[in-house]
Design a binder for this molecule. Structure first.
Ligand SMILES: Nc1nc2c(ncn2[C@@H]2O[C@H](COP(=O)(O)OP(=O)(O)OP(=O)(O)O)[C@@H](O)[C@H]2O)c(=O)[nH]1
Ligand SMILES: [Mg+2]
Length: 361
């Protein structure tokens, strides 16, 4: 793998040089503005003018098995936010404003690529860079500071909640969301954590009128933890179960997964749990869901008056920036993050720094 450097009087010209020499599969390793330097590689800049430098390698390095003798471990030492030339030209062509920002501070390109790679949507990535001062000329020498400031801006949109910590009163929490997002598994993880580690007394309720034997999964966990588990098919059942377990510290209510487009079922669920202010409802969103669909899920489940998000299956994607996209669409605190299938290990209480680490490490 041969690293090559290209210099020209504008980013676009430098990109053209890369494309001409290495083809459109080239990978951009770094971009920077050289002050007062002279063009050294045939670029069009003259002395005293702005000069931009791009370091790039030929593309296709991770698909070829041996013919180019590329050692994959050496890629790790390079920046993780590599961008293909094709991607970069595509992104730049979409926004003159972005192009201008990169002209002022070419190093912002690496940061932008990093945000995009992490799953943060383009307009939001641009917004965070702007807010973090990444497009200001006098910031260009302090790229670490810019990175930190951008992270701080992202952190500002993250709120967290701690539903089970401080309360003296009984906490009743319901878990809602589309099918298969991990509601029952998350309840099992929480029940184990709360009962075994925090020594709280727990009760479980399952509201699922749609599937035969739906309660069995929850009952199995209840049996292992030796906690009571009640089925509830209607409001009377629910009130009965809540009464039976009035001495418990925490009641966790499992619900049937449902399509967010099935508004009839949404209304049924609203009557059961959405109107009762003593129930804290958590909406579970799988991070594997597309940004667009996640937005629809949250909007339609909004009818249930949920008060926190739980993002699940964060182990199944590297584009965890969808969490930030969702917060920008509908701001709501995050209570928990789940990170795998293991019960009870794979769950963490949401913290602002933990979430940033999850997205950017
Ligand atoms: N990789 C991964 N899998 C998970 C996670 N949480 C749950 N799962 C898996 O997702 C699948 C569905 O989990 P459930 O807990 O049954 O999901 P649910 O939301 O209760 O499903 P329904 O009740 O059918 O709507 C199971 O195979 C779980 O092991 C997670 O954080 N990561
Ligand atoms: Mg379930």
């Amino acid at each position: 793998m041969e690293l090559k450097e290209y210099q020209a009087g504008s980013i676009q010209e430098a990109l053209n040089l890369v494309r001409r020499d290495l083809g459109s599969d080239a990978l951009i390793l770094s971009t920077r503005k050289l002050r007062g330097a002279k063009s050294a590689s045939g670029g069009s800049a003259r002395s005293g003018q702005e000069l931009f430098e791009i370091s790039a390698v030929a593309g296709g390095i991770h698909t070829d098995s041996g013919s180019n003798h590329f050692d994959p471990s050496s890629l790790n030492s390079l920046k993780s936010e590599l961008m293909s030339l094709r991607e970069m030209i595509f992104l730049l062509s979409r926004s003159a404003h972005l192009m201008e920002g990169f002209r002022i501070n070419p190093e912002a390109i690496d940061l932008y690529a990093r945000l995009i790679r992490s799953g943060i949507a383009e307009p939001y990535a641009q917004l965070f860079l702007e807010k973090g001062g990444a497009f200001k000329a006098n910031e260009q020498t302090a790229s670490n500071n810019v990175y930190e400031r951008v992270l701080k801006e992202i952190m500002k949109v993250v709120d967290v909640s701690e539903p089970f910590d401080q309360s003296e009163e009984r906490v009743v929490a319901a878990f809602v969301g589309p099918t298969g997002v991990g509601k029952t598994t998350t309840i099992a993880k929480l029940a184990a954590e709360l009962s075994l580690k925090q020594k709280k007394t727990i009760g479980l309720i399952s509201i699922d009128n749609y599937r035969i034997g739906a309660i069995e999964q929850l009952k199995t966990y209840a049996g292992i933890l030796d906690v009571p588990c009640f089925p509830a098919f209607n409001n009377d059942d629910l009130q009965f179960a809540l009464k039976q377990m009035k001495e418990k510290d925490v009641i966790l209510i499992d619900t049937a997964g449902q399509s967010h487009y099935d508004m009839a079922r949404m209304e049924e669920m609203e009557k059961l749990i959405g109107r009762d202010r003593s129930i804290n409802t958590h909406l579970l969103l799988s991070t594997v869901t597309s940004e667009l669909e996640m937005g629809h899920v949250a909007r339609n489940f909004g009818q249930l008056n949920f008060s926190a998000y739980i993002f699940t299956k964060t182990d199944e994607t590297r584009a965890r920036g969808v969490i930030i996209n969702q917060l920008l669409k509908l701001r709501m605190p995050i209570s928990f993050i789940t990170t795998g299938q293991r019960v009870p290990e794979d769950i963490s209480k949401a913290t602002r720094t933990g979430i940033l680490r999850l997205i950017f490490e």
